[in-house]
Design a protein around this ligand. Structure first.
Ligand code: FAD
Length: 591
């Protein structure tokens, strides 16, 4: 059985000390009430709920998995999932960041990110059900008519119903332009939706009375490719005029996928057999509509990486403290015991510090980006909102791509700390490795994030967000130029920022000459950008720790981890720079 304790001190440190969240949030339009007292109370309650109701069913949910009944085409979720969802909904958590007029609490996204980390760390499989609903709510809030919002959005916010996102088809994954599901006009402005969707998270389950599918499909007159896709609402049970459940719609799960991890989350094959659906948003603009909520979804998956890494770290640190094996190279540290604990081994400390650098760096990055989404939505003036929007656009592929990839490393190192015991199911740590594997794949693979960062955010949008972010780093370096306590971080940070700018410029020129260079460099560029971004946030963390009134051990831990990061992880930038500069000719055509 693995442990989990919500890391409230670290969350508060990242939010308030490093990122100045209270000042940012309370100065937003309508943000006066989002004070530290309120946020602290929310975080504490989220911690209690996750520790008591979600974490205990993480391993059993994995072992039990979801069960599909062919006769009834229904899915039963593992023990504890239903009760936890009920408590979650009753506590108002399903509407935490949703608008008040839809029954939500309208709390900032940054607080949603912090609580989501806590819930996902407790039980990632379970947390997919509310996460998908949140995505569906965003879509309806942005694109639904008032009637659609009243009918479908409110019950989801209340946690009585849940939502899904039905995009993927067997032949259409990253390239949704290939999708074939058809939408034929039916009676009274309805549509008949026909097709098969695969890999649909929360497509069928027993947690809620109704499931509202958001489905991408093609109208009869649709142009080919991604410009001919529309979005439809397809409820599992049709809804009567008074809001009560009507007849069963002709959409059903024909199976569930058998997966490497995330086994408590029902991933369904969904068959739509002339199912009644309702157009949401404009015809042929469905993909664009989906993209308007892509940022929130991608950020949410980045948080999954952080959550798993945090829980893996807590457990491996605990194990290393208790496991007695061998002696320190410089002589016994616990002579009264048969052996020293694992913490005396520098290589074990390397594994733990790698995890810690990833966890706390990722947390700062995800919270920073979330705060910018709050400024983008509620900033006091147009210019502030536009800047935040540019920053968000630039940071999302890094926050999703890098954090989910680093979660592979963090969970792998956590297992390695356990030695062979980590490979054994009872340790619980192998589940984190398996659960983590999906997060670099769904919601846009890392390859797609990398192409988005370099192709769209840097080249197409001329690096608007990148320029702002670089200016921020440069201003921070100047502010601390005379600060002796920060000297060992500021010099390499300033050097990296300059190199990042030069590398980007040189790369843009190469891509202009040969577009294939974009694909050849994108992944290494994503990593370079990610490590440079974390360096900035680690430097800010040390500045905040030095300035704050935390216990000395807490401050020293931040300084030690930052020093580790700068000495042993930031140099990875050089490797990625070399790979970028190696160019497309090192990736020859394959027979
Ligand atoms: C457990 C699980 C849950 C999921 N949940 C949902 C859900 O709820 N709703 C939903 O609609 N879908 C869902 N998906 C689907 C998921 O989003 C897709 O699997 C994902 O988008 C990748 O598509 P694909 O699997 O077809 O891979 P492909 O698109 O075939 O990609 C294969 C490889 O080629 C690379 N590649 C492809 N195109 C490019 C490119 N242009 N540039 C660079 N590299 C490229 C990819 O990076 C990848 O490495 C889920 C999948 C799983 C496994």
């Amino acid at each position: 059985m693995t442990i989990y304790k919500a890391p409230l001190d670290d969350l508060r440190f990242a939010l308030y000390d490093v990122l100045g969240a209270e000042q940012i949030l309370t100065s937003l339009q309508g943000g006066e009430g989002h004070t530290r007292d309120l946020v602290d109370a929310v975080l504490e309650e989220a911690g209690r709920l996750s520790e008591a109701l979600l974490a205990p069913f993480n391993a059993s949910g994995d072992e039990e998995g979801c069960r599909y009944d062919k006769a009834t085409q229904t899915v039963t979720t593992p023990k504890g999932f239903k009760e936890a969802f009920k408590a979650f909904a009753e506590g108002g958590w399903t509407g935490l960041t949703q608008a008040e007029h839809f029954g939500g609490q309208a709390l900032p996204n940054a607080i949603g990110t912090a609580t989501t980390e806590i819930f996902q760390a407790g039980n990632l499989s379970w947390s997919l059900y509310p996460l998908l609903s949140e995505g569906a709510c965003h879509a309806m809030e942005l694109h639904g008519t008032k009637e659609q919002q009243d009918t479908y959005l409110k019950p989801i916010v209340e946690g009585r119903w849940t939502g899904t996102m039905c995009l993927t088809e067997p032949q259409a994954g990253s390239d949704l332009g290939l999708l074939k599901t058809r939408a034929e006009p039916g009676e009274n402005g309805t549509y008949k939706i026909t097709g098969t969707k695969i890999f649909i998270s929360a497509g069928e389950h027993d947690l809620a009375e109704n499931i509202i599918h958001l489905v991408l499909a093609r109208l009869p007159d649709a142009p080919a490719g991604s410009r001919g896709i529309s979005m439809f609402i397809v409820p599992k049970f049709k809804v009567n005029a008074d809001g009560s459940l009507g007849s069963r719609n002709t959409v059903a799960a024909s199976n569930i996928e058998h997966k490497m991890g995330l086994r408590g989350s029902a991933t369904c094959v969904m068959n739509f057999d002339a199912a009644e659906g309702y157009l949401i948003g404009q015809p042929h603009k469905g993909l664009a509509a989906m993209f308007t909520m892509m940022n929130a979804a991608r950020l949410g998956v980045g948080v999954q990486g952080l959550a798993l890494s945090e829980r893996a770290l807590q457990n491996s640190a605990n194990y290393a403290r208790e496991r007695l094996q061998g002696r320190s190279l410089s002589g016994p540290k616990f002579p009264e015991k048969p052996a020293d604990n694992l913490l005396v081994q520098p290589d074990v400390r390397r594994m733990l510090l790698t995890q810690r650098a990833i966890v706390e760096g990722s947390r700062a990055l995800l919270l920073y980006t979330s705060l910018q989404t709050d400024v983008e939505a509620h900033g006091v003036d147009e210019a502030t909102r536009k800047n935040a929007s540019d920053l968000v656009a630039f940071l999302i592929p890094i926050a999703k791509g890098l954090v989910t990839e680093l979660a592979q490393e963090a969970t792998k190192e956590a297992l390695q700390v356990y030695g062979g015991h980590g490979y054994i199911v009872e340790s619980g740590v192998e589940q984190f490795v398996r659960d983590a594997r999906i997060i670099t794949l769904y919601e846009g693979t890392t390859g797609i994030q990398a192409a988005d960062l370099l192709g769209r955010k840097i080249l197409q949008l001329q690096g608007a967000g990148f320029k702002l972010f670089l200016q921020e780093i440069q201003a921070f370096c100047q502010e601390h130029a005379q600060n002796a306590a920060m000297a060992s971080l500021i010099a390499p940070l300033a050097k990296t920022a300059k190199e990042w700018a030069d590398l980007t410029l040189a790369l843009a020129q190469r891509v202009q000459a040969n577009p294939e260079e974009l694909g050849a460099a994108a992944m290494d560029y994503l990593y370079y950008s990610g490590y440079a971004t974390l360096a900035y946030l680690w430097a800010r963390s040390v500045a905040a720790a030095n300035a704050g009134n935390h216990a000395e051990a807490f401050k020293q831990a931040k300084r030690d981890t930052a020093a580790f990061y700068f000495a042993r992880m930031l140099p990875r930038c050089r490797m990625h720079k070399a790979a970028i500069e190696a160019g497309v000719e090192t990736l020859p055509a394959l027979a």
